[in-house]
Design a protein around this ligand. Structure first.
Ligand code: NAD
Length: 246
């Protein structure tokens, strides 16, 4: 997932003096640590070593210790990290202690799948409103919500306290949708459409493009094939797993 940064992070604005200024790569790994910690908590683990947590999150332990030191979390020698405490710290930093209201615009193939996914709630998000421009979609019930016409977006954003917008429209419509979301007061956008969005300062955009991820895997396939074709048939050793930005 790539990020377009037009705005500043909430930290270091003076409003929350104690908020740590985290590297982007560390921010991208925190959700992986959180997922691993929740799995550990579910199996009854109260503490975890840095090596154990690193293995569960798919990163190396030196990187994990450095990341967690940014949160002021160093663990206890011989004991490791307190699982519940670390979950609280990471959820606080990611702002997941408030369940954020999300609007989804574009309820086609992808939008249907996203709106129907129940896993967001347990990760701190509520999709509270669905919008589409197609009269055939408007009025449909989906996962307890009714699809509304995109013209109702502005009012709904204010009434429902929506701060995050997800765009799942065709690329040609995405910029206008982003403009409407921003005009309504949305300050974070997750864009699935294959295009770059222009947004004003203070608005964060993240882009998800599975085709780009596949192209990166294609590069690795190409590289492995070229290595095995070398004289002596050098074959690649360990796999290259890049679960989160580094
Ligand atoms: N990021 C990824 O990995 C990934 C994967 C699949 C699809 N996509 C992209 O996601 C988008 C949606 O794909 P899809 O297969 O669901 O397409 P789709 O055609 O099935 O759905 C698009 C929906 O957007 C609606 N729409 C069009 N203009 C609109 C507007 N101005 N306001 C509100 N709604 C509008 C349409 O009525 C339709 O319901 C496309 O841009 C596609 O390229 C991205």
């Amino acid at each position: 997932m790539s990020q377009q940064r037009q705005g500043s992070t909430p930290g270091n604005t003076g409003a929350v003096p104690a908020f740590p200024d985290l590297p982007e790569a560390t921010i991208a790994r925190l959700p992986e640590y959180l997922r691993a910690l929740h799995n550990l908590a579910e199996t009854g683990s109260e503490t975890v070593s840095s090596e154990g947590l690193a293995a569960a999150a798919g990163v190396n332990s030196a990187k994990l210790r450095k990341d967690l030191s940014h949160l002021g979390s160093y663990g206890t020698r011989g004991v490791g990290y307190d699982v519940a405490l670390l979950i609280d710290q990471i959820e606080y930093i990611l702002g997941l202690d408030q369940r954020r209201a999300v609007a989804l615009v574009g309820v086609g193939n992808l939008g249907h799948a996203l709106a129907g996914y129940d896993g967001f709630a347990s990760r701190g998000f509520r999709i509270v409103a669905l919008f589409d421009a197609d009269p055939e979609q408007v009025g449909q019930a989906l996962n307890g919500l009714t699809v509304r016409h995109v013209e109702e977006l502005g009012r709904a954003v204010v009434e429902e306290g929506i701060t995050i917008g997800v765009i799942a429209t065709p690329a040609g419509a995405a910029q206008a949708v982003a403009d409407d979301l921003v005009a309504a007061g949305v300050t974070s956008i997750l864009n699935f459409a294959p295009c770059v969005l222009a947004v004003p300062a203070g608005v964060d955009v993240r882009k998800v493009d599975l085709a780009i991820e596949l192209q990166i895997l294609s590069f690795h396939e190409h590289r492995k094939a070229s290595l095995t074709a070398l004289p002596g048939g050098r074959s690649p050793q360990a796999g290259n797993q890049e679960a989160v930005g580094s």
